[in-house]
Design a protein around this ligand. Structure first.
Ligand SMILES: [Zn+2]
Ligand SMILES: [Zn+2]
Length: 244
């Protein structure tokens, strides 16, 4: 496996690198337009990593996000499909049927596209924990192609929750209305609260695809104040220690 795991509060956190690549032409813009208020070198290119995380917590196998999905995923229009998630899990000794729970940070296609393949759930034995506000907001094609096939496996979460001992869900709206982060001790799996390292130094730098940029800034500041370590979705390295 390319990335090292780490222990936090007795829980093992294993990064799974689902995909790496630039954003597709369908939604790509110059970096200064993507991140309003930031400056970049003229030749800067944004190569996104798409990280999911496996949490091994007291006998439970919990997956946080499912990546870009297969060739038929809604992410195919802009992200480097197919994702490698299932192979990454296998390298960690985990089969899809072993996964007890899937936490979806939000219902964008690069975070939930790997829940379903050809209309069938990839993690058939898992509850899929999604914020109620996200389920109320999600639109096509994600609703029909990803949420609907999960059926009764979807478990709506309302606000902050602790579905497993030591694994906390934090409702962090802004990027989407029902975005959630996962906190394990002082480590926060931050989903799309941050997209690029420029937002570490200045959390007021907004991202062009945030649904509510002002609310996204509030959530970003809250997470940066709370966390000692971030586990990000799109940075090149999965873990980012924060100096306080
Ligand atoms: Zn997103
Ligand atoms: Zn994303």
């Amino acid at each position: 496996m390319p990335h090292e795991s780490r222990m936090e509060a007795g829980i093992e956190i294993i990064p799974l690198c689902d995909a790496v690549g630039p954003m597709g032409a369908a939604i790509r813009k110059p970096l200064p337009e993507m991140f309003c208020g930031a400056s970049f070198p003229a030749d800067a290119e944004w190569v996104l990593h798409f990280h999911c995380y496996l949490l091994l917590a007291a006998g439970r196998t919990i997956l946080v996000d499912t990546g870009v999905g297969g060739a038929g995923s809604p992410a195919a229009s802009w992200a480097p499909v197919p994702g490698r998630l299932v192979a990454e899990l296998a390298a960690a000794g985990v089969r899809p049927t072993d996964v007890d729970a899937v936490v979806i940070t939000h219902l964008h296609s690069d975070h939930a596209g790997g829940c379903v393949e050809d209309g069938a759930p990839i993690f058939p034995n898992a509850r899929h924990l999604i914020q109620r506000a996200e389920l109320d907001w999600v639109s096509e094609p994600m609703r029909e192609q990803v949420v609907a096939p999960l059926g009764g496996r979807v478990e709506a979460v309302s606000g902050d929750a602790e579905p497993f001992p030591g694994v906390r869900l934090l409702h962090t709206p802004g990027h989407t209305p029902g975005h959630q982060c996962v906190a394990v001790g002082d480590l926060v799996l931050s989903g799309d609260v941050l997209h690029h390292p420029v937002q570490l130094g200045d959390p007021t730098i907004t991202y062009v695809y945030d649904e509510d940029p002002a609310e996204a800034v509030r959530s970003r500041k809250m997470i940066l104040a709370r966390a000692r370590v971030l586990a990000t979705a799109h940075f090149a390295e999965p873990f980012t220690p924060l100096s306080s």
